[in-house]
Design a protein around this ligand. Structure first.
Ligand code: NIG
Ligand code: FE
Length: 428
């Protein structure tokens, strides 16, 4: 069979590339400013994999004859354009039914997210809609959102359940995610988030019992999830309840990921670290104890990745997470969209990058690290994603002609992506 090859030439800058030194699993603290790049570069993709890259001037005579003069290899002139690894969106809830713009209007008129949730709006509103929606309809809607995300440059994603809140509806959501995994050109990780809210129909105790004695065992039995998440925050799951759920999840080989400290310094970070969570996400409320707890996880070589979701803070008008404080303490930071109907109805990673620069004072280099390598770590894909490395899948973003890397987050709202490649295939 003939191999399919693409050769990118005259790339203005090949960004986040593995040079001679081995790339760390994540970049933390001052290292978040490091972004190894090659100016005026070439990149060869063969059979969907990154085969070779380097400086244009280092292409030797043999390579020239073999590649440039060959009619078998597609050439793409990238003069004035950047190539980056695709983004990794490590936190989404794209399986949902309907939408919640009524609550958006309620917030414009003065209600808070928590007040809306207490009245049975919020997550419970989405759960009611999801329970009345068929698996096929959910799949169609989520499929559309997934491909919209790919168009924004996302090359791997995590998707959560959590709008089912009954055994059958949680399983229905996870089966939709499994179907997406089967057809998706990009890598997907699945997270069970049955502990997203307490349904009104049964007691708190009964729901806890359902979670630990029925839902988690069944999810594990059908091998439907990679992770188990809990919304550990004021008004949702307590630290004790979270501890109990994660103890059971660990027994069933589901690793922890948490929604923590969105509404308060709720203890979510510490309980996440205790359970070796791969990431703790949101973190709008962070004190010294929380930072020290995350730092202690670095020392155990089992870092819990702090994942920030600035489009949620933007949409709900919350305080933004203190990214600078985390980075200056020596921690890494990762960024994700939190794409969901209630707090971030958008899967636009470039917009998240802009928000992180504008409102969290992260630098353009830091946000690229946060959305690629560090985000890949958050879903255990750092060996294969978030970096331009030889012999890995060619999941790439080719930009339009732009003057500099900083131009990407600077031009918020503009679409600067010319082409997205997944395993070497053009997606748009
Ligand atoms: O990550 N904070 C908890 N869960 C989602 C929002 C869910 C919703 O409002 O539907 C989040 O923001
Ligand atoms: Fe979320």
């Amino acid at each position: 069979m003939k191999t399919k090859s693409t050769l990118f030439l005259n790339i203005k800058s090949l960004v986040q590339v593995e040079l001679t030194q081995k790339t760390p699993s994540f970049r933390a603290g001052k290292q978040m400013q490091d972004l190894p790049s090659i100016e005026n570069a070439f990149l060869l993709v063969e059979n969907g994999k990154i085969q070779e890259f380097g400086k244009m001037e280092d292409i030797n005579q043999t390579q020239k004859t073999k590649w440039i003069d060959s009619s078998e290899i597609e050439k793409i002139d990238a003069t004035g354009k950047f190539i980056l690894p695709s983004f990794v969106d490590s936190h989404t809830h794209i399986v949902y039914a309907g939408s919640r713009e009524k609550e958006f209007e309620d917030r414009i008129n003065g209600l808070t997210y928590e007040e809306i949730a207490k009245r049975g709006g919020g997550i419970l509103n989405s759960a009611k809609k999801l329970q009345q929606t068929s698996e096929e309809e959910l799949y169609e809607a989520a499929h559309q959102r997934l491909f919209e995300m790919i168009g924004f440059g996302t090359g791997a994603a995590e998707i959560k359940s959590g709008y089912g809140l009954t055994l059958n509806d949680e399983l229905k959501m996870l089966r939709v995610i499994r179907k997406l995994k089967e057809i998706s050109p990009i890598e997907i990780k699945a997270t069970f988030l049955g502990a997203h809210a307490f349904p009104k129909e049964i007691s708190r105790e009964r729901y806890m019992d359902l979670l630990v004695n029925e839902m988690i065992p069944q999810v594990a039995e059908e091998n439907l999830a990679d992770y188990c998440d809990v919304f550990c925050d004021r008004g949702f799951f307590t630290v004790e309840e979270t501890d109990k759920i994660l103890n059971v999840a660990t027994k069933y080989n589901l690793k922890a990921k948490l929604h923590a400290n969105e509404l308060d310094t709720s203890g979510g970070v510490q309980i996440g670290v205790k359970h070796n969570a791969r990431s703790v996400d949101h973190l709008e409320h962070m004190g010294e104890d929380e930072i020290n707890s995350l730092l202690s996880s670095v020392k155990t070589k089992n870092l819990t990745m702090p994942t920030l979701l600035p489009s949620t803070a933007f949409f709900l008008r919350l305080e933004y997470a203190p990214a600078r404080k985390l980075i200056e303490s020596g921690l890494p930071v990762s960024l994700a969209t939190d794409y969901n109907p209630g707090s971030s109805p958008s899967g636009n990673m470039p917009f998240v990058l802009s928000l992180a620069c504008i409102h969290m004072q992260m630098t353009p280099q830091e946000v690229i690290n946060a959305a690629t390598l560090n985000a890949a770590y958050a879903i255990e894909l750092e060996k294969t994603h978030g970096i331009i490395r030889k012999n890995t899948d060619a999941n790439l973003i080719l930009t339009k002609k732009i003057p500099s890397l900083a131009f990407i987050p600077y031009s918020f709202g503009s679409n600067l992506i010319e082409q997205v490649f997944v395993k070497g295939e053009k997606q748009n």
